[in-house]
Design a protein around this ligand. Sequence first.
Ligand SMILES: [Zn+2]
Length: 193
Amino acid sequence: MRHRIAPRTGTAFTLDKGQTLTVIDPSGEQVADLLAFKRADVHEVISSGRTLDYASRIYLTTGDKLYSNRSNVLLEIIADDVGRHDFLLTPCSKDTFRIIYGDTDPHRGCFGNLAIALAPYGVTEDMIPVAFNCFMNVPVDGTTGELRVDPPLSKAGDRVVFRAEADLVIGLTACSALQSNNGSFKPIDYQID
Ligand SMILES: [Zn+2]
């Protein structure tokens, strides 16, 4: 069954070991922030630092594994239509919108949406790490290290598929940041098989 996450919202659900999660960009150029926690102990969570360290690359795609803060594999990418995702930048938040956009009444962003959705599973704000940002396009200047947030390369219907390597709690959003999504907020679809 295909589920839809409305623009600028998020959700959380369980994913069993061996199940697959397909994250779909139904309209194109829309980012989805993904978090995975070990269900048996939600203090174990995907780790950007460990994953990028072990991959020795910052752009992950089919065949790459997402490691936890305890160096266990939580998810493996088993299919990917786009090949450009970000695992460097933190979920957008009211502070992102205050500091980068200068908003005086900022939206809660992916961070706030994840915190609300994950609270029933025992996840608190301080337990939310860098998310795997599906479809987010962050090129890096190889000499200076300067980052840019460019429009996603995803087209309507593009997907990335993850296989669970443990029983997990997943947090997933339709990202709320204008810059990440080429200036408009769109839904994200997902499917569990
Ligand atoms: Zn976001």
